[in-house]
Design a protein around this ligand. Sequence first.
Ligand code: HEM
Length: 501
Amino acid sequence: MGLSTAPSQPKELNPIPGPPSFSLAALRDVSIIFSEGLHVAMLKFSERYGPICRFANPASLNGATSWVFLNSPDNIRHVCAANVRNYQRRYLPDIYTWVTHGKGILGSQDEYNARHRRLCGGPFRNSLQLQRFSSTVVERSLHLCDILRGAAAEAGPRGGLVTDVANQTQRLTLDVVGLVAFSHDFRQVEQARRDLAGAASDPALLQDRVLWAVNTFGEVLAQIFITPLPLLKALDRLGLPHLKRLDEAVTVMRASMLDVIQERRGALQAGRPGRDDLLQLLLSATDESGVGMTDEELWEDVHDVMGAGHETTATTTAALLYCISVHPEVRQRVEAELEAVLGGRPPRYEDLERMPYLQACAKECMRLYPAIPVFPREAAGDDVLPSGHAVAAGDVVFMSSYALGRSPTIWREPLRFDPDRFSAEAEAQQHRFQWLPFGAGPRMCLGASFAQMSVALMAATLLQSFRFTPLQPDSHLIPVEYDITMNFKPSNGLRMRVEPR
Ligand code: HEM
């Protein structure tokens, strides 16, 4: 007996298409996943099999009975909203549970996850708090502008400044997320000044243990991302260097953050003023029964928010700058909007609602280049989808914002960058579940509003000061790759010429 069934269960179930197990077709399809990525595979599967397909997993590898790929907004609405009780759990690679012990936000499930989402999500939804965070975003963006302006003046006689904009936005968002999360200044934007001048790294920065730990954690996680639990255990017993480095990175992050947490608790008890960051808000946050977070819970959650918010926001901002710059007619409309609303002054949070075109550009960019292209769920019980297809308990259901965003059955000329798809009138005609770069349902991105605000404010600040020229102007599409952790990386970065306006 399943947990739940769809309200209107048809008598005749439709068979779900897909390749037979152990067939050449299955081998061909699975090889696409490994060679081109799950996101591209899902787009190809939708062309080959239609809006739904199933791959049997006879060995129950990683616990799944079979994998079901959904590519229709109606079925996705069912999974993420109408019958969401059946799909509460995110399907997680074993390494996550290994590293987090099922704690934090990203690696936890069920009630633990829901409680921590409630506690941590507040500040990222509250517009007063978003407004306060926004000043950090603008302050750091202006600092980057100063550095780029200086570097452009220096490079002028040598043919102008050319830089990997994706690298610069990584620096910018790491600074922002560190400051917003727990007032830690990674000083990465400042480091950009030395890089652009061809100088050696700042020795003080190289000693930043937290930065080392954040980078090492990400690198090692990517290297062993799909290693199944039994193998992880065996490798741990054998003393695999990857796991040792991961452990060391976690120890450094934990110790540094626990120091800050204890210092903050002391200040709070002594009545000294706190800082304006997420950690400060969480120190006094309590759940419905008046229970606050322990120090361990605090560091895990703050760390997860930083991890989830850093690269995603950076690559989206870089891709947005590219998309706008490679389409002159779009760039002119954005520049005209910025001029009309800001008249040359730095942007503020309140300005964003008067910049609908820039926001439409950001949405259109995320349609083509969602920072995380796939979001999977585990089916707790048997179920029937609105399309009349049955899902069995134990199936893993994959949904993809990338495949939805590029599907010709949903979008006309899907590869064309056209922000007018997101004018208020056009958006009102869309299915609520056809544009999902932040996922959907109870595991949806916790920082979606903060992310959209940050991307728009960073882009507004940079575009107001500079004109960016992509070095391959004939290529309107960014050649994207997603690393194994499903993080979007423009292949070879995004090198652009940067000229002050
Ligand atoms: C453009 C930037 C971003 C994009 C495209 C993005 C996208 C996503 C996606 C697709 C998920 C998985 C959703 C699902 O399974 O339904 C996710 C999860 C998450 N995101 Fe974001 N994200 C962005 C920025 C941020 C920022 C800035 C923060 C925090 C300030 C953040 C915090 C989180 C957290 C904590 C989760 C895990 C939620 C959970 O497991 O319950 N994200 N994000």
